[in-house]
Structures are given as C-alpha cells and as structure tokens.
Design a protein around this ligand. Structure first.
Ligand SMILES: *Cc1c(COP(=O)(O)O)cnc(C)c1O
Length: 409
C-alpha cells in the first residue's frame, strides 16, 4: 500500500494522488491495485435502513450516497487535484472546462452584481458572461489585464467577482495576478482564475492570492485529446459553495472519464517539462524568422510578459502564439495548410501538435489589437500547441511551410 503525504513534491503527488487504500482495494486487501478502478454506478446501496437515514447528512466526497455525487474514481481524481493545489480544501469536477468556469461563476454571482472579466479571457467565457449571465442580471465589464490602475478604478460597490486568466487566451499577455487578486480581495470581491495554461504545477493560484483556481482538465491533465473535463479548487467556504452549485446544476463527470484524467495526471509533470522545452526551442527558432513579427511566448527571454512569468511561474507548457509580419489571411492559410505534422484544430495540451489561426480584434472590447506600438500591418496570429514529437521535426515542418507562405498558386 502506498503511503504519501501532502508535503511530497509535485511529481510524487502526481504519481500517488487519489490512491487511498479503500479506493484501490477491498477490505481484505486494501490498496490492491495501483490505479483507482472505474466504479460505474448510479445507484449506491446501503447496508441497512440506519445507513440509509445517515446518507444525506454527509454531503462530501468519500461518502456513498448516489452516483451524481460521484464514486471512488471521481473522488480519487478530485483528491489528487486538491493535493496539487496548495491552499485548497477541495476540488469540484465538471463535465468540461467551460462548465467549470460557468459553474464557478454561478456559485459566486447574483443578479445585480458586477463581474469584471479580463479582456483576454477564453472567448467562450466571455460569451457566457455577456450572454447568459447578463440575461440573469449580472453586469459584466471587461478590463485590460495589463492596466492595473484602470482595473482598480473599475471596482464599485456592486463588484462581486473577477475572472482572471494569465497568460491570456491567444495573445498570451501575463498579468500581475497576485496584484489583481489582492485588489479584488480589498474590495470584497472573489477572484477566479482560469489557470488552464500553467496548471497548479506552474502557477499555484491560491497561494498567489486567488480564491478559486479553475482548470480545463481537457488540456494538460487529459493530455491525449480524448477527454473533456474541468475542475475548480478553493478553500473551505468557497469549495462548499462550488459543490452546492454544481449539485444544483446536476454537474457530474463519468467514472470512465475520471479514470482517463487520473491516467493523464500521472504523466502530466513529465509531459509539461518536455513540451515546455520543445516550445521554447521552437519559439526561439521562430524569433529568428523574417516572416515573424512577434513571438508571444512568455517563457521566452525578452518576449512580452517574460519578467512577470519568471517572477510568478514555476513552469510552462507547449502553448504559445506568433504574429506574421504583414501578409494576408490567404498567405497565413498557405502556411498552416503547408504544415504536415501539426493538426488544424481547437484545444491543446495533447500529445500531438496543433496550429490554429487567430484574429482577436473582434472579440476584444477593452484592449487594442494589434497592441499600441506595433506596426498595424502585423496582426495575423497563429497559435501553436507543441506536442511530444521531436522538436527538430516540428521545426523542419515549419520551415517547409514558411517556404509556401509567399508562393501564391
Ligand atoms: C480550452 C479552454 C477552456 C475550456 O475547456 P473545455 O474543456 O474545452 O470546455 C477554458 N479555458 C481555457 C483557457 C481553455 O484553453
């Protein structure tokens, strides 16, 4: 039987998380298997009426009640994630990353509240905030995450919550999350951070002053592009609110998916180190290309956000962007079509590399694209998710695709 403590280092936590003896064995042979098995269950059976009467009183992971409150497979995943997030009391699982963001927002905002959202937040988060939440009477306002003074000035009596994301989706700005979270706290607002990019391994969000740490487990935890899931971790009071709201919404994840997420979690540290190193190598190479105006990769020395990234983050990942020098959308399409080893598709954090074009201007309301100081012609973006292929092959693939960039057919 594996014995562990929460004081172990992250790689050890990844390898041992959720493997409670009672979730991986029988009373005769506790901890009999290494991975928590898939407990498929809607009905949970009670040994007798006394146990049945007790059931509803203990609404917590680890207590059998009914499948919608999870079974040992889901509890094991939630516990492993909680242990990874210093300062967390518990973790709620959601059927997708977006469900985690929306579920967490619904746990903290009410009609009449003001919600502040980082202007570079994941686009579907923005859409929910300006769509469903606005219809519910929540007043959503966007802010420039790099302008701390304007952000501070945006608070009012009714500001209840702040949604942060750093690095921002697509454009990868790193904001001063500890400062923004502290300002939210001064104003009695809850700070939620979409921490999908760095994960708890690269950015311990609660330790940096955020109240709710959200991840799309679809990305690094799943790691194999075959799973959708999300999580939100928090201290005791907010965790209870998250749990209550998720139960009210009927949010539940399947044990099969939880088992896949647990499998992904075991190798996440290894994969992140590998893809971080490969992404840096490729970002560095892109920086030397004449066709590239900007490499938006905060892990890269000299790139925007690198100083804050170095101060606050202990790890990165394989996701970054670059912006073409001039060129039109057709040229960019030729470049992406010319790639053989990169798939064209959404999501990221999988074992395989992906490329996607992006044009943030129409979806931003408080920040400019291209940013002030850039040549106006340089605005067509490409986002790369670097997988586990050999980076030398990926660079050769990019090099061949760049050759197609300016050759109209
Ligand atoms: C992908 C993504 C999400 C949403 O995750 P899904 O599981 O696809 O719903 C949320 N935030 C960020 C930053 C993402 O990249």
């Amino acid at each position: 039987m594996v014995k562990r403590s929460k004081d172990c280092r992250p790689d050890t936590l990844l390898a041992t998380g959720g493997r409670r003896a009672e979730w991986t064995g029988t009373p005769d042979h506790p901890g009999a298997v290494a991975s928590p098995p898939v407990w498929r269950a809607s009905t949970h059976l009670y040994p007798d009426m006394a146990a049945h009467r007790e059931g509803p009183r203990h609404n917590q992971d680890g207590r059998f009640f009914y499948g919608r409150r999870g079974s040992p497979t889901q509890w094991a995943l939630a516990e492993a994630l909680t242990d990874l997030e210093p300062g967390a009391f518990g973790t709620v699982l959601y059927p997708s990353g977006l469900a985690a963001i929306v579920g967490a927002l619904l746990a903290v905002v009410e009609p009449g509240d003001v919600l502040l959202v980082s202007d570079n937040a994941y686009e579907p988060s923005r859409a929910t905030a300006t769509g469903m939440l606005r219809r519910m009477g929540v007043d959503t306002r966007f802010f420039d995450p790099l302008d701390v003074d304007a952000y501070r000035a945006a608070f009012c009596e009714r500001t209840r919550a702040v949604l942060l994301e750093s690095p921002g989706s697509l454009t990868m700005e790193v904001c001063d999350t500890p400062a923004l979270a502290a300002i939210a706290r001064e104003h009695g607002a809850v700070s939620l951070v979409d921490n999908t990019w760095a994960s708890a391994l690269g950015f311990p969000a609660l330790q940096h002053g955020c109240d709710i740490a959200i991840m799309a487990l679809t990305k690094h935890v799943g790691g194999h592009s075959d799973l959708l899931m999300g999580s939100a971790s928090a201290g005791e009071e907010l965790y209870c609110k998250l749990r209550h709201t998720a139960q009210a919404l009927g949010h539940v994840v399947s044990p099969d998916d939880a088992s896949l997420a647990l499998r992904g979690l075991r190798t996440m540290g290894l994969r992140l180190r590998q893809t971080t190193a490969a992404a840096l190598e490729i970002a560095n190479w892109l920086q030397s290309r004449d066709e590239v105006a900007h490499v938006l990769c905060p892990m890269l020395p000299g790139a925007p956000g690198h100083e804050l990234w170095t101060r606050d983050f202990s790890g990165g990942c394989g996701l970054f962007s670059f912006v073409l020098k001039g060129r039109d959308a057709d040229a960019r399409a030729r470049l992406i079509d010319g790639l053989q080893l990169f798939g064209i598709g959404y999501s990221w954090g999988g074992f395989e590399s992906l490329a996607i074009p992006f044009d943030p201007a129409p979806i931003r309301t408080s920040t400019a694209w291209p940013p002030a100081g850039w040549n106006k012609e340089d605005r067509l973006g490409v986002r790369l998710s670097i997988g586990l292929e050999d980076p030398a092959d990926l660079i050769a693939d990019l090099e061949a695709a760049f050759a197609a960039l300016d050759t109209e057919t």
